[in-house]
Write a new protein. Structure first.
Ligand code: HEC
Length: 108
């Protein structure tokens, strides 16, 4: 395959994913919410987002305090979104955790 074609395809994937360019993004609940509701997490291409199955954080009520939250999140990214694991200590993961924890606090 020609290099230009490869680059064009890579560009299309980035555009389709609709994810923000993370450079300079800080860990925040808002970013977590954005990632939670955007398709393309972990390079997923099946068009689903976390909120497809967990609208408004459904089924995650007990997950907030779970020591393995990061693993559970990555499990859903690989198994339901068909994506690749994200860095457990990265901005994306930290933000997703914050968002899930913030949902839990509202219910209390
Ligand atoms: C195709 C549907 C689907 C998608 C998409 C999905 N999940 Fe899940 N998720 C599930 C199911 C099913 C479970 C099992 C728990 C249950 O049924 O109560 C689960 C469980 C979890 C749990 C563990 C909950 C607990 O208390 O044990 C976490 C955390 C989680 N998902 C986060 C996410 C995140 C973050 C995303 C987006 C990256 C995501 N999920 C995308 C279906 C999905």
């Amino acid at each position: 395959m020609k290099m230009t074609k490869i680059l064009a395809m890579a560009g299309a994937v980035v555009l389709l994913s609709g994810l923000p360019v993370l450079a300079g993004e800080k860990t925040s609940v808002e970013l977590g919410k954005k990632l939670f509701t955007s398709p393309g997490l972990g390079g997923s291409t099946n068009g689903k987002s976390c909120s497809s199955c967990h609208p408004g954080g459904a089924k995650l009520e007990k997950a907030a305090g779970n020591k393995n939250l990061g693993k559970l999140i990555n499990h859903c990214i690989t198994d339901t979104l068909g994506g690749n694991k994200i860095d457990g200590r990265g901005v994306e993961m930290k933000s997703l955790k914050l968002y899930i924890e913030s949902l839990n606090q509202k219910k209390k």
